[in-house]
Design a protein around this ligand. Structure first.
Ligand SMILES: [Zn+2]
Length: 142
């Protein structure tokens, strides 16, 4: 794991919230990376200092309203992400529709009959492996 991942998971590690495999990766990285190890020590020190401070009792109402706000914020973020994805998909669909006439034109060209050198009519793009030797010649006797 890299330094960025390690820093992102530092707090989770300190509070023993990392899954076993992630914890293993974290410890392995910190063993070899001085910068991340220092970061870990610093965060540990901060945690210890904080735990020495008296903990204020939190009223159940305050906790409940905070949880509700958090829930709402998370739902909001999720909806925003969904809307963003939908807008992106719409944009892509518009792009495809815009390009459709050109694609159709190309498809029409692809199936136009082409005269082969030996006089056989083949369809361009129709049979794989057919080599076009000549450019299209006027159709005789049609
Ligand atoms: Zn590192």
């Amino acid at each position: 794991m890299n330094c960025e991942w390690t820093r992102d998971n530092l707090v989770l590690y300190i509070y023993e919230e990392l899954a076993d495999d992630a914890k293993f990766e974290f410890e392995r990285h910190v063993q070899h990376c001085l910068a991340c190890r220092q970061e870990l020590e610093s965060a540990r020190g901060f945690k210890e200092q904080m735990s020495a401070l008296p903990v204020q009792e939190i009223s159940p109402n305050f906790l409940t309203s905070n949880r509700m706000e958090l829930q709402e914020a998370l739902e909001h973020a999720q909806q925003a992400r969904r809307a963003q994805r939908a807008a992106l998909a719409r944009e892509r669909a518009d792009d495809v529709v815009e390009r459709a006439p050109a694609v159709r034109r190309r498809a029409d060209i692809a199936v136009e009959p082409v005269h082969h050198e030996r006089g056989a009519v083949v369809e361009r793009g129709g049979v794989a492996g057919v080599r076009e030797i000549d450019s299209p010649a006027p159709v005789a006797g049609e």
